[in-house]
Design a protein around this ligand. Sequence first.
Ligand code: FAD
Length: 522
Amino acid sequence: MVQNHPMASRCMMILLLSIVCQSKPLTNSLYHKLLSLPIADNLHVDPESICAASVDFGLIVREIPAVVLRPSRPEDIATLVAFAYNESTIPFTISARGRGHSILGQAMAHDGVVMDMTSLGHKWRGATVFWSWSLGHYADVGGQQLWIDVLEETLKHGVAPVSWTDYLYLTVGGTLSNVGISGQTFRYGPQIRNVYEMDVITGTGDFSTCSPQKNPELFYSVLGGLGQFGIITRARIALGQAPKRAKWVRMLYSDFSAFTMDQERLISHHGRDQDEALDYVEGLLLMRRNSDGWISFFSLSDHQRLMSLVTEHELLYCIEVAKYYDGRTESTVDKDLEKILKNLSHVPEFVFEKDVAYVDFLNRVRVEELGLRGRGLWKVPHPWLHLFVPKSGIADFNLGVFKNIVLKKNITTGTVLIFPMHKNKWDDRMSAVIPDEDVFYAVAFLQSSGFRDWQEFDLQNKEVLRFCEHNGIKAKQYLPNYSTEREWMQHFGPKWRAFQESKARFDPKMLLSPGQRIFNHN
Ligand code: FAD
């Protein structure tokens, strides 16, 4: 693994890589072996392909694969995996790569084959909408599909997935291998809870259709399984009626316990009268230092008073909610929302509301992305940290982490999210790991850094993890990053044994997703 490459040396790396990779066709014996397969035309060893597959969104880790496969159909994937499993005299690993929006090399394959799933494109399988008596509306979508494309296709039928990520330019296979969470999770569960069936190519190169009824062990292992058991080529996703618009509200708090009490109250409304339920609940940490990440939501005329408030308190907390509506509920949505938000303890005079199209609400991070791209701040290192923090530890977390680490160090840029969810909306049979408490919080430090100082953020992340460990806060990493077997055992806890058994059954030669570093340690 290569870490620590500032921008200048990044260009140098690309140059070096070009030189190295240009000679690869001559020296790359794996490539030569693979040329004998019927996928020869889909194999790539040119410097650009290799370079693109050796980095990810995090821009912190670099692993150089021997070959990139751009499959045209799932059979190409099965051909490669079956060859690696049955015939190859050269051992090599294989990583499916969705959009490569991992942070620490999880979709990479050192000296192996990276499969660029997006090359399956729309041709092989877009999103097809169906209806049945038992499931209502559902869509069959390719594992390589971006959620934004799934949204666009399903909206043509007046329906849409119910559970989302904040950012929609991620692949279905990539998020289902992790979890897929956003402000809808409290109500509908994470994305992995909204899948009825999948087609998977396992580590033996076999095709399997799995669901809670058919091959349930594979089904539950793959969901949240960090790509360890198979490559998802199709997922059957739950859909609901698509609303037209969203009332999008932000409220500010200076008091953390009032903030969490109100968040927990708001997520407890679900399941009762639909009109009394919100569709989305998240939260943010506001500081002067990370104002770039939150100020753009608010209108220019409010910026000054917001900055005064945040300067006065140093830390503010913001609850962000949305209530969707359509023609049927247009005349009642304001009243319903007023009822839901009545008696909350936010700072008076600091409630901000927008009324936006449903698509614009779901696709809100795209606007930020384009802004950051425009300022050259998108393709920079992202030393992110995602945690699930149990409710019992969230007050200590505020004091020990937000106040005593983040505020004092004063390096955090970008968005910091904090929002609660219910354990009973998850399914413990799936591989994903969460704290053992009825309510827990997602806390995400979505930090951007320079190429020279990402280590400083990394040290802060480690300090946050240490704080949790030393203070008995049983937090779990989301998008986990560990390098030793002991750490993975601790992470999975009671699920570790089943995880290992599934690996032995579905990927006995440990070919798949080596970049997670669970079974493959360099
Ligand atoms: P990749 O990074 O390409 O792959 C991730 C892992 O999945 C790898 O191990 C890979 O081998 C494996 N994999 C990929 N495709 C398949 C497949 N078809 N079958 C089996 N395994 C596969 N997450 C959330 O939950 N909520 C959010 O709101 C959210 N927002 C994000 C915003 C941004 C800007 C970014 C960069 C990430 C965000 N994430 C979020 C995290 C995101 O869900 C993960 O990084 C996810 O892995 C990215 O998907 P990807 O398609 O790029 O997967």
